[in-house]
Design a protein around this ligand. Sequence first.
Ligand SMILES: [Zn+2]
Length: 683
Amino acid sequence: MDEQSNRTDIYSNPESSVDDLQSASVDVQIDLNAQEKSAENISSEESEFGQGNEQSKPQEITSSENLSDENVAMQFSESDILARPVPLSESLTSLQDYPTDAQKKAPQEPVVEPENITADTPLTVEEANNPVQESELSATEETTNEANLSAEDSTDYSSVQFLKDLYANGNECITMANSSFPVNEETRTMLALFSNGRFFVVDQYRYDGRVLGFEYIAKKRRLQIGEPELVTATVLKDIYEYAVQMRANPNALTEEENKEQARMQRDFVTVISRAAMNQVSDIHIVVADHTTVMFRVNGLMQTEMEYNKEWGESFVRAAFASADISDSNYAQNEYQAAQKLGRTPLRGSGGRLVLPKNVLGIRLQFNPIAFGTRYVVMRLLYADESNASPEAAIADLGFNKRDTDLFYQLRAVPTGIVIVSGPTGSGKSTTLQRNMIAMLQERNYETNLITVEDPPEYPIPGARQMPVTNASIEEAKDREFTKALAAALRSDPDSLMIGEIRTLSAADLAFRGALSGHNVWTTLHANTAGAILLRLKDMGVEDFKLQDPTIMRGMLAQRLFRKLCPFCRIPASQHPEHPSVQRLKNAFGDVGVEHAYLRGPGCADCDFRGVKGRIAVAEFILPDSTFLNLTLKGEIQKAQNYWINDLDGRTLRENAISQMLRGIIDIEEVERWTGFLDQPILA
Ligand SMILES: [Zn+2]
């Protein structure tokens, strides 16, 4: 209980803190332990902190009086604030340590350790996004507060819109009274910290001991805290007053149950926002004895956080309740699907919770699981923010010049089918979408492109995107898909884009479209470009359709390869003993070894993963009748040789190797997908 008496100095309302402690008993348990641990470390870290602080302090603040004030303030505040429980949303962020958006966009900047940050000139958002400007600023020593304020002019801190944006998505001011990290009244005139890490400081207090002390404590507690945004005292006052209004909002949920739901929905948005910031493709949540949340980033599964079972069960229920399209009732023992659209607020959130802007929607799949209660997979669909030229949009995905040209060539052909294949998660939908956008641009939107997708994954401006009626059983889904496709064919299209061919009836309609003089683009689940034909044959498509090169225009197979981090990759020549490097040497000699790289240990730039982002690698077949006939006769190897030698084909493996020799993909990644380098490819 002595924590409480210490706290009274900085926390304006000790009683509410007691309430917080009681209601968040789990957090308290964790945090008391954390407190003990941090207490052990305080003395050593503190002296480091003090030193770094003095060195990097701007010249104008040199008075020793200030420095000692600051140290006093820091010691004092630290012991108090460390005693506070940290609610879930902060625990989530603390587990992850991702770079912020700003850090990601400025890859040259190392991640700054908290000890070094304290007295640096604050970076505005604009500056962080623009490393050139930032370095210019520091080079000319124009690093005064004034310079920063003028650079921030684009944000109108006095506008109501600023306040609305600030509090969107359940973002909370955690430093206000009764919130999760309250500071006392005096400190509230200097700073405000939000649950998403936005940190506002009144400019004249930028180097005040209480502000520096607060930053230190927040970082030590691993709260999310961004670079300070310097504002006037009036703006800060507005921020807190708006928070009070928000709390007094009559829409606010009062019942205990609704409160719980609202809290879980906020956690839902927090998890989604965190995932979206890092372009996570899927979020997996397994609820068993405890709850595990995993993110799939660049194809890799990573455990993001673990929590108790009760949290997981409420989280999953809140996720279900937040969806726009779902079965009517949540049933823990059934397979259930749901969808959340990006543009509508979360159901039951009073319009206050929305998904991050770049998330177009989420597909949720709820599964029962043995030895547990629930397994949920959420696939995030992102808005495509690239607005580059048609060619660049495709090249951006990683396609080389040659493949980009083949796409262009096929877009110019008025009839026939082009099929993009690959396993789930190989990026085929994205390729198709970029290609359709390019086609519309090239044809100046004077063409009728109809898409049939289940569901439409990305907007294609200028296309008629026909949804497929939601159905719960697989057969009903296929029936609805066929219905929509038939309707699309009757709607006078020039071009058709079919999300995926899964059934013979869909395949028949696709071929009917091509035979009747349309240009049809679609995807198929097949491993190689050649396998596309056999898959269609297996489905029951007649040979005469598959033999005709004016119908079967193009077949593409693609995979996504993880890109090496350029900052920490290791030249292959440094590890001649590595088995992959030896095979590389057997296959390509010293030249290969000179140009290729192994995955590095990771660095701040790649979030300590050694890889960053992905690129598409493909093989693209523009067949003629010889190739089609050989393949349909089952003479796969002959067909492959014919394609390579007579049609000048380039295999996926060759394209991957050429990316490897440019240092983009690592040797092991190439071998993992295409087999040992010194052995012939397995077809
Ligand atoms: Zn790296």
